[in-house]
Design a binder for this molecule. Structure first.
Ligand code: NAD
Ligand code: RBV
Length: 471
């Protein structure tokens, strides 16, 4: 047999550690393990899946679940710092094509995503987190079309590394992306920011394939975004700085699902928590929980730790950093790194010292004196950059929804088309994902009597809520 060379990772010798960690994670991922056992008929046979989602131990369990359901997969990470190198090695050791390592350059980041599209027969499905694989394929197609018609292309605001790569792919094969869209049937998207991007594409009539919004399942966003961040934010800050949270003033921008989890976690550890919000409903929710709601400007000189959790941009500006206390810790847990103005910080700094990977101390000047700002993971998701992301159990809930979405998309064929819109899983699927995670827990459901079900106008076996219920 020829030697397996279809991969690029940090260190294959980490495979046995990675395998051990995957085996531990499997015990905490009942949803995924159950899907493996109930689908012995290989419903994903024939599917060729492009994966662009943090290559962590939990994702490795997802990858092996997709394979056990019959799919072929190729995988890259959706962030330059989030790969867990032992998990990547364990997958490669099993002959799975993985292109990901912790600390990739942006050039390699885009090249790795491109590699995942390279199935001999073309990909059929994408699993995306944040929308970069979707962006690359759609932009690639636009680029090819425009270049072939007018030999010019007006790029939107994207990384220079992506622009350069699309240029060189076009030189090698001017029909590469057209070929991809001949076989591509759909995408399922993991996170809030990725779903925003898909909805925007749908609105502008630029979406070429049907897309499943996995984030909207209650068993995803009401658990992963909330309880996942409740555990992994503190993990990231502590592994990076070992700082004591108790007694600190923590400012959190954004009180959506992620912000709520972050705030609970910081308060539980003894911090005094301030929240900023633009949405009056979320601001009122924060107030009802006893947090102080103020714009960042009002507390910028008081907080010890700043966390952005908005999915918005320019939330912490350089002018904010100028007014911060000496050695304030600044980090982001939202999907992209544009919540903190790293570009101006890098331009205006007096100096920067890297304490260890993903922990940088910037010295900046304000008026006549200098002070330090401790920046974690270069402004990228702190829980995945400075720690290993969410725990397995909550990722099992998210990834159960991913598998359910892939199973829906795999039903698409010439006879069963879906228009290129954003779809959601239904309430019953959501409740089933929850059920799989209640097994072996100290919980026993109450069963409605037929009369009670009739009275509530629901079925005894669910769904118990309408699609509009908010949880
Ligand atoms: P959300 O929409 O529920 O919450 C975001 C909140 O931020 C909203 O309430 C919004 O009103 C508020 N906001 C927007 N701009 C603001 C600003 N300039 N100042 C103050 N508040 C502002 O979204 P979410 O599900 O909480 O996700 C937030 C981000 O975190 C997204 O980028 C998402 O993709 C990402 N995410 C990360 C992880 C992780 O593991 N790191 C997990 C889940 C989601
Ligand atoms: N996330 N993945 C992990 N351990 O694999 N942790 C967090 C993990 C995902 C989470 O689902 C969120 O929506 C996304 O990362 C943001 O990029």
């Amino acid at each position: 047999m020829p030697k397996f060379t279809d991969y690029k990772i940090a260190d294959l010798s980490l495979a046995s550690q990675g395998r051990g960690e995957i085996e531990l994670a499997e015990k905490e991922m009942p949803g995924l393990m159950c899907l493996r056992s109930i689908h012995e008929e290989k419903p994903l046979k024939g599917e060729r899946i492009v994966g662009c989602l943090h290559l962590t131990t939990q994702t490795a369990v997802l990858v092996e679940t997709l394979i056990s359901l019959g799919a072929d997969v190729r995988w890259a990470s959706c962030n330059i710092f989030s790969t867990h190198d032992p998990a990547a090695a364990a997958l490669v050791d099993k002959g799975i094509p993985v292109y990901a390592w912790k600390g990739e350059s942006l050039k390699d980041y885009w090249l790795n995503i491109y590699k995942t599209f390279q199935f001999k027969l073309g990909p059929t499905l994408i699993i995306d987190d944040g929308g970069d694989a979707t962006l690359m394929s759609h932009l690639g197609l636009d680029y090819e079309t425009s270049m072939s018609e007018s030999n010019s292309f007006d790029f939107p605001n994207v990384d220079k590394e992506l622009k350069d790569l699309l240029g060189s792919i076009y030189k090698d094969n001017p029909k590469f992306w057209r070929g991809i869209f001949l076989t591509l049937k759909g995408v399922s998207e993991e996170t809030t920011t990725g779903v925003h991007r898909l909805s925007q594409m749908e609105k502008e009539k630029k979406l070429m394939i049907p897309a499943y919004d996995v984030n909207s399942s209650a068993t995803k966003s009401k658990f992963d975004n909330l309880y996942g961040c409740r555990e992994s934010l503190a993990d990231g800050i502590k592994r990076a700085t070992n700082t004591m949270i108790a007694g600190k003033v923590v400012h959190i921008s954004g009180y959506g699902d992620v912000g709520k989890g972050c705030a609970q976690s910081m308060r539980a550890l003894g911090a005094c928590v301030y929240i900023s919000e633009v949405d009056p409903i979320c601001a009122l929710q924060a107030l009802m929980e006893g947090y102080t709601v103020l714009p960042i400007e009002d507390v910028v000189d008081k907080a010890d730790i700043f966390v952005t959790a908005t999915g918005c941009k320019d939330v912490i500006t350089y002018s904010h950093m100028e007014l911060m206390k000496d050695s304030a810790i600044v980090c982001n847990i939202g999907h992209f790194d544009d919540e903190i103005d790293m570009a101006t910080l890098n331009k205006n700094k007096v100096s920067v010292k890297t304490i260890k990977p993903q922990v940088d101390v910037y010295t900046i000047q304000y008026e006549d004196s200098t002070h330090d700002i401790v920046v974690l993971a270069s402004g990228r998701l702190v829980n995945l950059g400075c720690a290993n992301g969410h725990p397995s159990f909550v990722m099992s809930m998210s990834f159960t929804n991913q598998v359910l979405a892939q199973l829906e998309l795999s039903k698409i064929s010439l006879t069963h088309r879906l228009s290129p819109k954003v779809y959601k899983l239904n309430r019953l699927q959501d409740e089933q994902a929850a059920l799989l995670h209640l097994k072996n827990k100290s919980a026993k459901l109450t069963t409605l009597t037929p009369e009670q079900a009739d009275y509530l106008n629901v079925s005894v076996s669910g769904p118990f809520k309408t699609d509009f219920y908010r949880y």
